[in-house]
Design a protein around this ligand. Structure first.
Ligand SMILES: *Cc1c(COP(=O)(O)O)cnc(C)c1O
Length: 375
């Protein structure tokens, strides 16, 4: 089976982790800050590491102080973690439909979804293609609300020459094995706003205050640390930071291979009737996490099964979030977000990762062609 996504692990990665295992610190050591600095260089803003992309979202929501009843506007076409962490904090999840070309949240739909209770807009860079961040920024500023970017797919992408991670108030990343780089499990939060990043960091480290200048209790002694607001343990250990540091050193190489794979799929599939391939908007440079195609909704299941049977590890990304049974209590229904629902009904993710060869892409495309021409 050709996997739809897979990590690329080099001998250097293995050596880097082995070395970390021989150090004094397995966690809370110097590799954490080193990794965070390397992330900052790629994303163009200060960053903290955390234990997953889900943790990163939770920290971002904690940083903006989400409270029960706050509304958070999200796109339906995403992994459920975008919504789950906010919902668990008591936020009301509001959906805004997507653009039918990129699959990203539609600024017009966002504008229409804003109320006096809106706390934040959350954009998801679907498949690695940055959302319309300038348009979303204008809306967020006009209503004095936060803009968060779930960039789990788009580490390494740029938007109008600026790296993803420097655009929103807070940006979250995932280092799950299928994502653009991996630490096994892991994630990061970046922000150009120091006070927001400090809050995210504190939340990810149990809320412990260690700086004597910030103490409320002053007479305790040299052992003292104190908590002003609750947090959780979302630390990424040094062992995994060692893997991340080594992975990040190859991100330009990874990006080029993913772009080559994108272009090669395009050269084979762009002229095929009944197959729609992903587009790139001008002045964006995606680092592709997925290769999402769309076929006729009537034949999607047959084509999907045909590809799987032929050894092509395809996926569907995603069941629109509002259709998950967990949302029925908010009375979301089929037909409510038609662009997302149509997108989902037609979508198939073809294998996209550093290890797919041209020969495999030839085979995947031929298999797809045979299945499509059967229509
Ligand atoms: C992968 C992913 C997440 C969650 O990341 P984990 O590291 O698996 O917790 C969140 N949002 C999106 C869009 C993702 O693809």
């Amino acid at each position: 089976m050709i996997p739809y996504g897979k990590q690329s692990i080099s001998e250097e990665d293995i050596a880097s982790v082995s070395k970390a295992l021989r150090e004094n610190f397995l966690t809370t050591g110097p590799l954490v800050e080193f990794f965070e600095n390397e992330i900052s260089k790629v994303v163009g803003a200060p960053a903290i590491s955390v234990s997953s992309g889900t943790a990163a979202l939770h920290c971002a929501y904690a940083a903006i102080g989400i409270e029960p009843g706050d509304e958070v506007i999200t796109p339906p076409l995403t992994f459920i973690a975008t919504q789950a962490t906010a919902a668990l904090m008591g936020a009301k999840i509001v959906f805004a439909d997507i653009q039918e070309d990129t699959g990203n949240i539609d600024p017009k739909a966002v504008e229409a979804a804003i109320t006096t209770r809106t706390k934040a807009i959350v954009a998801v860079d679907y498949a690695g293609h940055p959302a319309d961040m300038d348009e979303l920024r204008l809306i967020a500023d006009r209503h004095s609300i936060y803009l968060i970017e779930d960039a789990s797919h788009s580490l390494g992408s740029t938007y109008k020459g600026r790296p993803v991670g420097s655009l929103a108030d807070l940006t979250t990343f995932s280092f799950f094995p299928t994502k653009n780089i991996t630490t096994g499990e892991g994630g990061a939060v970046s922000s150009p706003k120091p006070e927001l990043l400090a809050k995210a960091k504190s939340f990810s480290r149990q809320g412990l205050v260690r700086d004597p200048n910030s103490f409320i209790l002053n007479e305790e002694g040299p052992w003292h640390q104190e908590v002003h607001e609750f947090g959780l343990n979302y630390r990424l250990p040094d062992i995994l930071c060692a893997l991340g540091i080594s992975q990040l050193s190859r991100i330009i190489h990874f990006k080029r291979i993913r772009m080559d794979t994108f272009n090669y799929y395009g050269s084979l599939l762009s002229h095929i009737d009944n197959v729609r391939i992903p587009i790139i908007k001008s002045s964006t440079e995606p680092m592709w996490h997925l290769y999402p195609i769309r076929v006729n909704a009537d034949s999607r299941k047959r084509v999907f099964e045909g590809l799987r049977t032929s050894g092509v590890g395809v996926q569907v990304n995603y069941l629109p979030a509002h259709l998950h049974p967990v949302f029925t209590k908010y009375s979301h229904i089929v037909g409510q977000f038609p662009v997302s629902e149509l997108f989902y009904s037609q979508q198939i993710s073809l294998p996209m990762h550093v290890g797919v060869s041209k020969k495999e892409i030839d085979y995947i495309s031929e298999t797809l062609l045979k299945l499509i021409s059967y229509e």
